[in-house]
Design a protein around this ligand. Structure first.
Ligand code: GZL
Length: 318
């Protein structure tokens, strides 16, 4: 028995060391993350994709990036492929709010956590996603409306350039703005069309609105800066001065729009920060380690107008 004891101790020590190194390897195992991005419709989206890609590279995360090219079916196909690949986590920026339950049920069955970023979804079963990280679109629409009411003393004829039909930002920015201006009977939306968050479409829609309403248009409310910048091209082509003849209120605060505020062509842009990478991967690290995370995490957004744009333009990151 005495001879056997030292050998048993050695075996036990060896087993312990082997398990410890397995744990260490597991901890070092490269994370595989699937990201189903909406598309590449705006400068905001480009900055959002860049943040997710560069942060993954910095952290040594194996990011499977899929560009949905503006179609929900492409995003759903990408999620199914991530499930087949057995990724550690799935990130989705859902282009529209509905139609997600079936593919999210498949991810849940595969025990892969889903993180919704940027845009929310409508579902009866919130257990289908681990958490949402993004901006409060309703607050952005309210901030834009309140700023406009002060600027115009609650009077003016507005044309609205809406974002992608059925998307959370378009739905909530439209509802919030409408709810807020209801307090000012002198502020009226005389027309509202979708520019799909795209600069070129924003220009075309604004050309049509100018043809239809002419100089009766006093204000443009654009759901994003790309459409506002497209509208500016149409307004200038019509011989009018954007920011003076027509007040322009927008959302995103991309650097080009903040510069337009400095130049007096956009009067106000409400920030919607796209630089999600660090927060998303911190959250995934917690989920993979079995830690709880908040169901909803909102980014802090601020507003830029002639009083503060010049002071921040140099340090704007996107
Ligand atoms: C908002 C995001 C919107 C941006 C647009 O979080 O979903 O989509 O406001 C982008 O610029 O196209």
């Amino acid at each position: 028995m005495q001879k056997l004891l030292p050998r048993l101790v050695w075996v036990a020590a060896g087993l312990f060391a082997a398990t410890a190194s397995l744990h260490a390897q597991a901890a070092k195992k490269q994370l595989k993350v699937g990201f189903a991005q909406t598309g590449a419709e705006s400068a905001w989206r480009t900055a959002n994709s860049e943040s997710m890609k560069s942060e993954a590279a910095k952290r040594g995360i194996d990011l499977k990036f899929s560009d949905g090219q503006g179609k929900q079916e492409n995003q759903i196909r990408a999620v199914r492929s991530f499930i087949t690949q057995g990724v550690d986590a799935i990130v989705i920026a859902p282009i529209v709010e509905t139609g997600w339950d079936p593919v999210l049920r498949d991810a849940k069955r595969a025990k892969i956590p889903v993180i919704l970023t940027d845009r929310t979804i409508k579902t009866e079963d919130e257990s289908l996603f681990a958490c949402f990280i993004g901006s409060d679109f309703y607050e952005e629409g309210r901030m834009a409306a309140d700023w406009l009411a002060k600027k115009t003393s609650g009077k003016g004829r507005i044309v609205e350039l809406q974002g992608t039909p059925g998307s959370a930002p378009a739905n909530e920015r439209r509802k919030a703005f409408g709810d807020a201006i209801a307090k000012y009977p002198g502020l009226k939306i005389i027309d509202s069309q979708s520019g799909n968050f795209e600069r070129s479409t924003g220009k075309v829609v604004m050309e049509a609105l100018l043809k239809k309403h002419g100089r009766t248009i006093e204000i443009v409310y654009a759901h994003n800066d790309d459409m506002a910048l497209g509208a500016i091209q149409a307004i200038e082509a019509a011989g009018l001065k954007p920011g003076k003849d027509i007040i322009i209120v927008s959302i995103d605060a991309i650097k080009e729009a903040v510069q337009a505020v400095v130049d007096g062509k956009i009067n106000c842009t409400v920030e919607c920060n796209p630089l999600f990478g660090p927060k998303v991967y911190d959250t995934i690290a917690k989920l993979v380690a079995g830690e709880k995370v908040p169901k909803k995490a909102f980014n802090k957004d601020e507003l830029f107008d002639s009083t503060n744009a010049a002071a921040v333009i140099a340090k704007r990151q996107y």
